[in-house]
Design a protein around this ligand. Structure first.
Ligand code: SER
Length: 583
């Protein structure tokens, strides 16, 4: 059975419109490196903005979560996963949401009701106990004994520190051949959570206060990998049909069986799949030492190191071969994988060749250190040398050390690292925590400024300049664009002047909804065309700029102040980066 297809078909039959997965790299949200949940791109609509596709939506969404990076290698964790989701934006609420989930599980997936149990929110000082959900569950035949009431830690959902949130009801499946106990104990690990229905009717402000949203929403999330494992009756997710061909390829290349080599094979499989998805994203991420690029580098290098453990010859195109299996598996579901296939394979190849040059020597250095070491700690100088000279991400050194029962002076390393690294790296470390930034006034201004900059570059350089990415904080904007040369001083000056002229003209910023095809025909610029559904919003700035974009923007360009380019530098091959501020 194709779970993704069944899920989408079911919710379409209930009046939902399928929307495409948003990109893995969030646009204009500097507070997170990756989309971590299906609801993240929908936040403005949960807050009351009208969604062009209506009030009932469903999708499968690409997600990357890094909190579990250290757990990869076990049976159940993944850095990348797909989340199935259905949403009500101020449409149906608890009753229908629970009924849909129940019907899908018991009628479409044919899961026997005896194997199901649920948790509901027990309430706190702000929000009452969720008797409504409990009574809907009872009306569907879930017995009182199979309903557990839990508190904020378990049954309340928010995507960070602030934003839309609410109590949830979670559905559990009894994953064991043993007899199902009458009474549900959420602590009993044989019960696994398979679906989370969040009732987003509140929002949490900067001050920590909970207030009601203008509409009551539903946001559900079902982890595809886990549910497939349940349906296929295995406890090791990597033994499901999702991973089968990928693991088989690793067995084939290494000439070793999965059994006995599980940890390394799972790490290789997981990390290559995630690397394919990150590098296929239209944001144009390449391995580097900061932000998403650093995560990509770590994933690829860790996969290579584990390939070495399996005695794979890392001078061969093993990484690319495994990636090809991943690409084949996903290219029909995700157009960007098909489109950017060659880019992905190139990125993997280049990083493999780069790391191969130093890996062997680095590992020798590490064994030398092991022999000389006094005590149980790898000191900061050695850790830094492994990083700086041999390209070992600190996490890799830590993993190597742990395998020999040693620790690494991570704090000391970080101090040294910071001293050597530009400040941007330090500030980005905060982003690993996840959570969403509020879109403040300053960010909105910078967002509008990116549109002006995009338009100015096209005029000053040439019309083939396109946006490749952007990153905004309340202090500055960063803008990546395709261009084959370093900008001359004159070009920079002209761009700056043009943007400032447009600001002085105080052009109105207007928005309209139209069909995607019409928007493209009308000449609207779009960075992530695949991301948008059939109806899009188009922002125009006077007659100087027209872009498909979700907003928000200022009303008049005059609000922006003075635009100033701080830096122009290379970002990756054929991509330049401008850092600019508004004064
Ligand atoms: N936002 C919820 C989750 O990530 C449901 O989609 O679990």
């Amino acid at each position: 059975m194709n779970l993704k297809k069944e899920f989408i078909e079911y919710f379409k039959s209930k009046g939902h419109v399928e929307i495409p997965s948003a990109p893995l790299i969030p646009e204009n949200d500097p507070s997170v490196l990756f989309n971590t949940a299906g609801m993240q791109p929908l936040i403005p609509y949960l807050m009351g903005k009208k969604h062009p596709e209506g009030t009932r939506l469903c999708d499968y969404q690409k997600c990357v979560r890094l909190t579990d990076l250290d757990s990869i290698g076990d049976k159940t964790h993944h850095t990348f996963f797909e989340m199935l989701g259905n949403w009500s934006l101020g449409d149906y609420f608890k009753k229908e949401s629970i009924e849909y989930s129940f019907e899908f599980l018991t009628k479409v997936l044919n899961i026997p009701i005896e194997k199901l149990a649920v948790t509901v929110f027990e309430g706190n000082e702000d929000i009452p106990r969720d008797e409504v959900s409990a009574s809907v569950w009872k009306s569907l035949g879930i017995s009182e004994d199979r309903i557990a009431y839990l508190g904020v830690d378990d049954n309340f959902w928010i995507a960070g520190e602030t934003g839309p949130c609410g109590g949830d009801t979670e559905i559990f499946y009894f994953r064991s051949s043993e007899e199902v106990p009458e009474v549900f104990d959420p602590e009993d690990e044989r019960w696994v959570e398979i679906w989370n229905n969040v009732f987003m009717e509140y929002q949490k402000g900067e001050d920590g206060k909970i207030s009601e949203l203008s509409q009551k929403n539903v946001d559900t999330g079902m982890g595809l990998e886990r549910v497939v494992a349940v349906l296929e009756g295995v406890t090791d997710n990597y033994e499901t049909s999702i991973w089968k061909e990928i693991i088989a390829k690793i067995e084939d290349i290494s000439g070793k069986p999965y059994k006995g080599n599980e940890t390394s094979m799972r790490i290789i499989a997981d990390h290559i799949r995630t690397s394919v998805f990150i590098s296929a994203d239209d944001a144009g991420i390449v391995p580097s030492n900061t932000d998403q690029g650093y995560i990509l580098r770590r994933l690829i290098r860790r996969a290579i190191r584990h390939a070495k453990k399996l005695e794979i010859d890392t001078n061969t195109e093993f990484l690319e071969e495994i990636a090809k299996v991943v690409i084949k598996k996903y290219e029909n579901d995700y157009p960007e994988i098909k489109k950017n296939k060659d880019i992905v394979l190139n990125i993997l190849k280049n990083e493999r060749i780069k790391f191969n040059k130093t890996l062997e020597k680095g590992l020798k250095e590490f064994s030398k250190v092991l022999k000389q070491i006094d005590g149980k700690i790898i000191n900061k100088d050695i850790a830094f040398k492994l990083y700086d000279t041999y390209g070992f991400p600190i996490e890799l050194t830590k993993e190597l050390a742990e395998e020999s029962g040693l620790k690494v002076d991570i704090e000391g390393f970080n101090e040294k690292f910071r001293a050597h690294q530009e400040l941007s790296r330090t500030s980005s470390a905060g982003k690993f925590k996840g959570g969403l930034a509020s879109t403040g006034e300053a960010e909105v201004k910078y967002h509008t400024a990116t549109h002006l900059l995009n338009a100015a570059l096209k005029r000053v350089i040439n019309k083939d300049v396109h946006q490749k990415g952007s990153n905004i904080t309340s202090e500055r904007m960063r803008f990546d664009f395709s261009c084959d040369h370093k900008l001359t001083d004159e070009e920079k000056r002209n761009v700056e002047e043009l943007v400032n002229d447009w600001i002085r003209e105080d052009y109105p910023v207007t928005v309209e909804e139209m069909k995607k095809t019409d928007a493209v025909k009308s000449g609207a610029e779009a960075m992530f065309l695949d991301k948008y559904s059939d109806i899009v919003t188009v922002y125009s700035i006077g007659d100087v700029s027209k872009e498909i974009c979700g907003g928000p923007h200022v009303k008049h360009t005059g609000e922006l102040g003075k635009f100033k380019i701080i830096k122009e530098e290379a970002s990756s091959a054929g991509v330049r980066r401008i850092k600019a501020i508004l004064e």
